[in-house]
Design a protein around this ligand. Structure first.
Ligand SMILES: [Zn+2]
Length: 253
């Protein structure tokens, strides 16, 4: 404060104000660059490549259908919804459009009989996906297996879909980076919805609820955020490739 006072007497009031303004600009610029550095380190760098893209996000199960149940009763339907919402937020921040098949604990069937209801639920999810005109259909699930040693996220695509494979591979690579996994994207002809979707489709299994350690990880916001970020990055990588004019994989969506 005292130094400014001295300068004011030497330079006059106008120069002092000008000097102060310049210092303010420098401080602001420094703060902004620091912030950007932090943002780069912590992830969120918005990608231009999501601009006009539409992504259908299908959080697996919901309502009366819990999906897989973990060793300490963590429900697949809760984990899939939590991660789906985080992916939605990233897509929106990246300028893209996300269509949520569900954004609360519900299914899309109406019948009382569970099997019939499950069929209705699946049909409705497919209807929304096909009518959405989306570029990507992203289905989110969590795994369960009798051998509790199995861990790690994995992306699946339909064997007949080149776009699906490119998308699943992009996502798998980001997921592996994020959680130090070693799995590879896998073709699967049994995922009915992957076959029916009329756009690049992928099913991400977030991890194994049958592994007690991973089950506990899957309910932490930090891990959910990591998975969501990896999925989002996978989307960006995929679109960056698709949008290349030459030798790129074309999306049907
Ligand atoms: Zn599932």
């Amino acid at each position: 404060m005292r130094r400014w006072g001295r300068r004011r007497t030497r330079w006059g009031k106008r120069q002092a104000l000008l000097g102060f303004g310049m210092v303010l600009v420098l401080v602001l610029a420094f703060t902004v660059s620091l912030r950007q550095k932090e943002a780069n380190q912590n992830a969120p760098m918005w990608s231009w490549s999501l601009g006009t893209k539409i992504i259908v996000i299908d959080a697996g199960h919901g309502g009366p259908d819990p999906g897989a149940v973990g060793t300490t009763k963590v429900l697949e339907k809760d984990v899939t919804l939590a991660v789906a919402k985080r992916v939605e937020a990233f897509i929106q921040q990246g300028g893209g459009k996300a269509i949520m098949i569900r954004d609360q604990d519900e299914d899309l069937g109406t019948s009382q009989a569970l099997l019939k209801r499950k069929r209705e639920d699946l049909a409705e999810r497919i209807r929304i996906a096909t009518e959405s005109n989306a570029d990507v259909y992203l289905s989110i699930h969590a795994n369960s297996f009798p051998n509790e040693k199995l861990t790690g996220p994995q992306a699946f695509y339909h064997a007949d879909s080149a776009e699906g494979r490119a998308l699943a591979q992009a996502m798998q690579s980001e997921l592996n980076k994020m959680v130090e996994g070693k799995r590879v994207a896998k073709a699967n002809k049994d995922f009915f919805i992957l076959k029916k979707a009329n756009q690049a489709a992928v099913t991400v299994e977030l991890g194994f609820l049958s592994n007690p350690t991973e089950e506990q990880l899957l309910i932490t916001p930090e891990h959910q955020q990591k998975l969501a970020w990896a999925i989002y990055q996978g989307l960006c990588d995929y679109f960056a490739k698709v949008d290349q004019p030459k030798g790129a994989v074309q999306s049907q969506g």
